[in-house]
Ligand binder design. Structure first.
Ligand SMILES: O=C(O)C(=O)C[C@]1(C(=O)O)C=C[C@@H](O)C=C1
Length: 120
Protein backbone atom coordinates (compact mmCIF):
# COMPACT_ATOMS: atom_id res chain seq x y z
CA UNK A 1 0.00 0.00 0.00
CA UNK A 2 2.54 2.61 1.10
CA UNK A 3 4.74 1.70 -1.88
CA UNK A 4 2.00 2.98 -4.21
CA UNK A 5 1.35 6.43 -2.80
CA UNK A 6 4.71 8.05 -3.60
CA UNK A 7 5.04 7.00 -7.23
CA UNK A 8 5.60 9.85 -9.66
CA UNK A 9 2.92 8.54 -12.01
CA UNK A 10 0.32 8.96 -9.27
CA UNK A 11 1.40 12.51 -8.42
CA UNK A 12 -0.22 13.96 -11.54
CA UNK A 13 -3.31 15.90 -10.49
CA UNK A 14 -6.65 14.61 -11.77
CA UNK A 15 -7.72 16.92 -14.59
CA UNK A 16 -11.17 17.67 -16.01
CA UNK A 17 -10.03 20.03 -18.77
CA UNK A 18 -7.11 20.59 -21.13
CA UNK A 19 -6.36 23.84 -19.31
CA UNK A 20 -5.73 21.76 -16.19
CA UNK A 21 -3.67 19.20 -18.10
CA UNK A 22 -1.56 21.98 -19.64
CA UNK A 23 -1.11 23.78 -16.32
CA UNK A 24 0.25 20.53 -14.88
CA UNK A 25 2.59 20.04 -17.84
CA UNK A 26 3.81 23.66 -17.65
CA UNK A 27 4.55 23.27 -13.94
CA UNK A 28 6.68 20.18 -14.64
CA UNK A 29 8.45 21.90 -17.54
CA UNK A 30 9.39 24.68 -15.10
CA UNK A 31 11.32 21.99 -13.19
CA UNK A 32 12.56 20.00 -16.19
CA UNK A 33 14.06 22.78 -18.31
CA UNK A 34 16.59 23.98 -15.71
CA UNK A 35 17.63 20.37 -15.12
CA UNK A 36 18.08 19.75 -18.86
CA UNK A 37 20.14 22.93 -19.13
CA UNK A 38 22.28 21.78 -16.18
CA UNK A 39 22.69 18.39 -17.91
CA UNK A 40 23.84 20.20 -21.06
CA UNK A 41 26.57 21.93 -19.05
CA UNK A 42 28.03 18.48 -18.35
CA UNK A 43 28.16 17.91 -22.12
CA UNK A 44 30.29 21.03 -22.44
CA UNK A 45 32.62 19.61 -19.83
CA UNK A 46 32.57 16.17 -21.49
CA UNK A 47 33.58 17.84 -24.77
CA UNK A 48 36.55 19.51 -23.08
CA UNK A 49 37.64 16.41 -21.13
CA UNK A 50 37.28 13.98 -24.08
CA UNK A 51 38.72 16.50 -26.56
CA UNK A 52 38.26 13.96 -29.34
CA UNK A 53 35.38 13.81 -31.83
CA UNK A 54 35.71 10.04 -31.93
CA UNK A 55 34.98 9.73 -28.22
CA UNK A 56 31.84 11.88 -28.11
CA UNK A 57 29.46 9.00 -28.90
CA UNK A 58 29.92 6.24 -26.35
CA UNK A 59 27.55 3.34 -27.05
CA UNK A 60 28.48 1.47 -23.87
CA UNK A 61 27.65 4.51 -21.73
CA UNK A 62 24.39 5.07 -23.63
CA UNK A 63 23.37 1.46 -22.94
CA UNK A 64 24.40 1.77 -19.28
CA UNK A 65 22.20 4.87 -18.90
CA UNK A 66 19.26 3.10 -20.58
CA UNK A 67 19.75 0.09 -18.31
CA UNK A 68 19.76 2.42 -15.29
CA UNK A 69 16.72 4.59 -16.16
CA UNK A 70 14.37 1.81 -17.30
CA UNK A 71 13.94 0.30 -13.82
CA UNK A 72 13.89 3.78 -12.28
CA UNK A 73 10.90 4.66 -14.48
CA UNK A 74 9.14 1.39 -13.70
CA UNK A 75 9.66 1.92 -9.96
CA UNK A 76 7.83 5.26 -10.33
CA UNK A 77 4.86 3.63 -12.07
CA UNK A 78 6.10 4.75 -15.48
CA UNK A 79 6.54 2.97 -18.81
CA UNK A 80 10.12 1.67 -19.16
CA UNK A 81 9.90 1.54 -22.97
CA UNK A 82 8.78 5.18 -23.11
CA UNK A 83 11.66 6.18 -20.82
CA UNK A 84 14.16 4.34 -23.00
CA UNK A 85 12.85 6.08 -26.13
CA UNK A 86 12.95 9.47 -24.42
CA UNK A 87 16.49 8.92 -23.16
CA UNK A 88 17.83 7.62 -26.46
CA UNK A 89 16.34 10.61 -28.32
CA UNK A 90 17.57 13.03 -25.65
CA UNK A 91 21.08 11.60 -25.71
CA UNK A 92 21.23 11.98 -29.51
CA UNK A 93 20.50 15.69 -28.99
CA UNK A 94 23.17 15.91 -26.30
CA UNK A 95 25.67 14.13 -28.56
CA UNK A 96 24.99 16.74 -31.25
CA UNK A 97 25.44 19.45 -28.62
CA UNK A 98 28.67 17.86 -27.37
CA UNK A 99 30.07 17.91 -30.95
CA UNK A 100 28.95 21.54 -31.27
CA UNK A 101 30.64 22.42 -27.98
CA UNK A 102 33.86 20.64 -28.94
CA UNK A 103 33.94 22.64 -32.21
CA UNK A 104 33.32 25.85 -30.26
CA UNK A 105 36.10 25.07 -27.77
CA UNK A 106 38.47 24.26 -30.63
CA UNK A 107 37.57 27.65 -32.10
CA UNK A 108 38.58 29.14 -28.77
CA UNK A 109 41.98 27.50 -28.99
CA UNK A 110 41.55 24.04 -27.43
CA UNK A 111 44.25 21.96 -29.10
CA UNK A 112 43.32 18.41 -30.24
CA UNK A 113 44.47 15.77 -27.82
CA UNK A 114 47.62 13.96 -28.90
CA UNK A 115 46.82 10.40 -30.09
CA UNK A 116 47.16 7.96 -27.20
CA UNK A 117 47.45 10.73 -24.61
CA UNK A 118 45.72 9.99 -21.32
CA UNK A 119 42.58 11.96 -20.46
CA UNK A 120 42.83 14.34 -17.50
O1 LIG B 1 28.99 9.99 -20.67
C1 LIG B 1 29.45 10.51 -21.69
O2 LIG B 1 30.46 10.06 -22.26
C2 LIG B 1 28.80 11.66 -22.29
O3 LIG B 1 29.36 12.30 -23.15
C3 LIG B 1 27.40 12.01 -21.88
C4 LIG B 1 26.34 11.32 -22.74
C5 LIG B 1 24.96 11.66 -22.10
O4 LIG B 1 24.81 11.29 -20.92
O5 LIG B 1 24.10 12.27 -22.75
C6 LIG B 1 26.45 11.86 -24.12
C7 LIG B 1 27.19 11.21 -25.07
C8 LIG B 1 27.67 9.82 -24.92
O6 LIG B 1 27.35 9.06 -26.04
C9 LIG B 1 27.17 9.18 -23.67
C10 LIG B 1 26.51 9.85 -22.72
Amino acid sequence: MSENICKAFDKAAPCASMDEVRAGVNALDDVLVPLLVERSAYMTQAARVKNDEGLVRDEARIQAIVDRVRPMAAAQGGDADLMERLYRAMMECYIDFEHQELARLRGQGLQPRAPGAAQE
